[in-house]
Design a protein around this ligand. Structure first.
Ligand SMILES: [Zn+2]
Length: 208
Protein backbone atom coordinates (compact mmCIF):
# COMPACT_ATOMS: atom_id res chain seq x y z
CA UNK A 1 0.00 0.00 0.00
CA UNK A 2 2.77 2.38 0.96
CA UNK A 3 4.68 1.51 -2.20
CA UNK A 4 1.61 2.26 -4.30
CA UNK A 5 1.20 5.64 -2.62
CA UNK A 6 4.85 6.49 -3.14
CA UNK A 7 4.63 5.46 -6.78
CA UNK A 8 1.53 7.62 -7.23
CA UNK A 9 3.36 10.60 -5.69
CA UNK A 10 6.39 10.03 -7.94
CA UNK A 11 4.15 9.95 -10.99
CA UNK A 12 2.44 13.15 -9.88
CA UNK A 13 5.85 14.79 -9.45
CA UNK A 14 6.76 13.82 -13.00
CA UNK A 15 3.60 15.10 -14.64
CA UNK A 16 2.87 18.24 -12.65
CA UNK A 17 4.34 21.35 -14.29
CA UNK A 18 6.66 23.41 -12.13
CA UNK A 19 7.72 20.50 -9.98
CA UNK A 20 11.39 19.98 -9.35
CA UNK A 21 13.13 17.53 -11.61
CA UNK A 22 13.60 14.07 -10.21
CA UNK A 23 16.66 12.23 -11.36
CA UNK A 24 18.14 8.92 -10.46
CA UNK A 25 21.65 9.33 -9.15
CA UNK A 26 24.51 6.92 -8.80
CA UNK A 27 24.87 5.48 -5.31
CA UNK A 28 27.60 3.39 -3.76
CA UNK A 29 25.03 0.85 -2.75
CA UNK A 30 21.65 0.01 -4.18
CA UNK A 31 20.16 -0.23 -0.71
CA UNK A 32 20.73 3.47 -0.02
CA UNK A 33 18.14 4.24 -2.73
CA UNK A 34 19.23 7.85 -3.12
CA UNK A 35 17.64 10.19 -5.63
CA UNK A 36 17.47 13.95 -6.14
CA UNK A 37 14.62 16.46 -6.08
CA UNK A 38 16.66 19.64 -6.00
CA UNK A 39 15.02 22.95 -5.03
CA UNK A 40 14.90 24.93 -8.30
CA UNK A 41 17.80 27.38 -8.67
CA UNK A 42 16.77 30.95 -7.89
CA UNK A 43 13.47 29.98 -6.22
CA UNK A 44 12.18 29.66 -2.65
CA UNK A 45 15.07 28.71 -0.34
CA UNK A 46 17.54 29.29 -3.19
CA UNK A 47 16.52 32.84 -4.06
CA UNK A 48 19.42 33.84 -1.83
CA UNK A 49 22.37 31.46 -1.68
CA UNK A 50 25.35 31.17 0.62
CA UNK A 51 28.25 28.95 -0.49
CA UNK A 52 29.13 25.93 1.67
CA UNK A 53 32.44 24.16 2.18
CA UNK A 54 31.28 21.55 4.61
CA UNK A 55 33.36 20.70 7.64
CA UNK A 56 30.50 19.03 9.56
CA UNK A 57 27.41 16.91 9.00
CA UNK A 58 24.38 17.80 11.15
CA UNK A 59 21.81 15.10 11.93
CA UNK A 60 18.19 16.10 12.61
CA UNK A 61 14.86 14.33 12.92
CA UNK A 62 11.79 15.93 11.43
CA UNK A 63 9.48 16.05 14.50
CA UNK A 64 6.77 15.55 11.87
CA UNK A 65 5.52 12.03 12.62
CA UNK A 66 4.75 9.67 9.74
CA UNK A 67 5.59 12.20 6.99
CA UNK A 68 7.90 10.58 4.44
CA UNK A 69 11.10 11.70 2.75
CA UNK A 70 9.14 12.20 -0.46
CA UNK A 71 6.60 14.45 1.25
CA UNK A 72 9.36 16.58 2.78
CA UNK A 73 11.34 16.78 -0.47
CA UNK A 74 8.28 17.78 -2.47
CA UNK A 75 7.37 20.40 0.12
CA UNK A 76 10.87 21.90 0.10
CA UNK A 77 11.04 21.93 -3.72
CA UNK A 78 7.72 23.80 -3.89
CA UNK A 79 8.48 26.38 -1.18
CA UNK A 80 6.09 24.94 1.40
CA UNK A 81 8.37 25.34 4.44
CA UNK A 82 8.63 29.02 5.32
CA UNK A 83 11.19 30.12 7.89
CA UNK A 84 9.30 32.58 10.06
CA UNK A 85 12.09 33.60 12.43
CA UNK A 86 13.48 37.06 11.81
CA UNK A 87 16.97 35.55 11.76
CA UNK A 88 16.20 33.15 8.92
CA UNK A 89 18.37 34.36 6.05
CA UNK A 90 16.32 33.08 3.10
CA UNK A 91 12.76 33.03 4.40
CA UNK A 92 12.60 29.23 4.03
CA UNK A 93 13.66 26.13 5.93
CA UNK A 94 16.04 24.08 3.81
CA UNK A 95 18.33 21.09 4.31
CA UNK A 96 20.32 18.76 2.07
CA UNK A 97 18.88 15.26 2.54
CA UNK A 98 15.73 13.63 3.93
CA UNK A 99 15.78 9.92 4.66
CA UNK A 100 13.05 7.43 5.60
CA UNK A 101 12.56 3.69 5.69
CA UNK A 102 12.52 3.28 1.90
CA UNK A 103 14.66 6.00 0.36
CA UNK A 104 16.88 9.07 0.69
CA UNK A 105 16.27 12.26 -1.30
CA UNK A 106 18.70 15.12 -1.85
CA UNK A 107 17.13 18.60 -1.99
CA UNK A 108 20.10 21.00 -2.02
CA UNK A 109 23.50 20.87 -3.75
CA UNK A 110 26.32 20.17 -1.27
CA UNK A 111 27.87 23.52 -2.26
CA UNK A 112 25.03 25.61 -0.76
CA UNK A 113 24.19 26.30 2.90
CA UNK A 114 20.81 25.24 4.24
CA UNK A 115 18.63 26.87 6.92
CA UNK A 116 18.21 24.05 9.42
CA UNK A 117 20.35 24.48 12.52
CA UNK A 118 21.10 27.92 13.95
CA UNK A 119 20.12 30.76 11.57
CA UNK A 120 23.31 32.71 10.83
CA UNK A 121 25.40 30.51 13.14
CA UNK A 122 28.19 28.05 12.41
CA UNK A 123 25.85 25.05 12.12
CA UNK A 124 24.26 26.40 8.96
CA UNK A 125 27.47 27.94 7.70
CA UNK A 126 29.59 24.78 7.95
CA UNK A 127 27.40 21.69 7.76
CA UNK A 128 25.52 19.40 5.42
CA UNK A 129 22.11 18.59 6.94
CA UNK A 130 20.39 15.22 7.06
CA UNK A 131 16.78 15.02 8.32
CA UNK A 132 15.60 11.59 9.49
CA UNK A 133 11.85 10.97 9.21
CA UNK A 134 9.96 9.99 12.36
CA UNK A 135 7.53 7.07 12.49
CA UNK A 136 5.22 5.67 15.16
CA UNK A 137 5.90 2.17 13.83
CA UNK A 138 9.14 1.06 15.49
CA UNK A 139 10.18 -1.13 12.56
CA UNK A 140 9.83 1.75 10.10
CA UNK A 141 11.74 4.01 12.53
CA UNK A 142 14.58 1.50 12.86
CA UNK A 143 14.78 1.16 9.07
CA UNK A 144 14.93 4.95 8.66
CA UNK A 145 17.75 5.22 11.21
CA UNK A 146 19.66 2.41 9.51
CA UNK A 147 19.34 4.14 6.13
CA UNK A 148 20.35 7.45 7.73
CA UNK A 149 23.56 5.84 9.00
CA UNK A 150 24.27 4.54 5.51
CA UNK A 151 23.53 7.98 4.02
CA UNK A 152 25.78 9.70 6.57
CA UNK A 153 28.67 7.43 5.59
CA UNK A 154 27.99 8.23 1.93
CA UNK A 155 28.01 12.01 2.61
CA UNK A 156 31.24 11.65 4.62
CA UNK A 157 32.86 10.08 1.56
CA UNK A 158 31.45 12.80 -0.72
CA UNK A 159 32.64 15.69 1.47
CA UNK A 160 35.65 14.33 3.38
CA UNK A 161 33.97 15.14 6.71
CA UNK A 162 35.30 12.75 9.41
CA UNK A 163 33.13 10.87 11.90
CA UNK A 164 34.09 13.14 14.81
CA UNK A 165 32.44 16.02 12.95
CA UNK A 166 29.14 14.20 12.50
CA UNK A 167 27.04 16.01 15.10
CA UNK A 168 23.44 16.17 16.32
CA UNK A 169 21.54 19.44 15.84
CA UNK A 170 21.91 19.69 19.66
CA UNK A 171 25.61 20.46 19.10
CA UNK A 172 24.85 23.97 17.78
CA UNK A 173 23.68 26.43 20.50
CA UNK A 174 20.91 28.80 19.39
CA UNK A 175 22.71 32.10 19.76
CA UNK A 176 19.53 34.15 19.40
CA UNK A 177 17.77 32.06 22.07
CA UNK A 178 20.11 32.19 25.08
CA UNK A 179 22.32 29.44 23.58
CA UNK A 180 19.51 26.91 23.99
CA UNK A 181 20.51 23.46 22.69
CA UNK A 182 17.65 21.79 20.88
CA UNK A 183 16.52 18.22 21.60
CA UNK A 184 17.18 17.16 18.00
CA UNK A 185 17.35 14.54 16.59
CA UNK A 186 15.04 13.58 19.46
CA UNK A 187 14.84 9.97 18.21
CA UNK A 188 18.60 9.59 18.76
CA UNK A 189 19.12 11.55 22.00
CA UNK A 190 18.62 10.47 25.62
CA UNK A 191 17.07 12.97 28.00
CA UNK A 192 17.52 15.67 25.36
CA UNK A 193 21.28 15.08 25.09
CA UNK A 194 23.66 12.81 23.18
CA UNK A 195 23.96 9.51 25.07
CA UNK A 196 23.80 5.78 24.36
CA UNK A 197 21.44 6.08 21.38
CA UNK A 198 23.70 8.64 19.70
CA UNK A 199 26.73 6.38 20.30
CA UNK A 200 24.89 3.45 18.69
CA UNK A 201 24.12 5.64 15.68
CA UNK A 202 27.77 6.67 15.29
CA UNK A 203 28.80 3.02 15.49
CA UNK A 204 26.36 2.20 12.70
CA UNK A 205 27.79 5.03 10.57
CA UNK A 206 31.29 3.67 11.17
CA UNK A 207 30.14 0.21 10.05
CA UNK A 208 29.21 1.58 6.61
ZN1 LIG B 1 17.04 19.71 14.09
Amino acid sequence: MTKLLVLACCLAALVLPGCASRQASATPSGSLNLSQMIVPAGKYGRRKEFPLRATHITIHSTANRNATALQHARGMASGAFRGRSKWNRTGYLTWHFTVDDVQAIQSLPLSIQGEHADHDGPGNRTSVAIEICEFRDSRRQAAAIERAARLTAYVMRQTGVPLDRVVPHYHWPQRHFHSYQKNCPRILLDGGKPGPRWEVFLRKVRSY
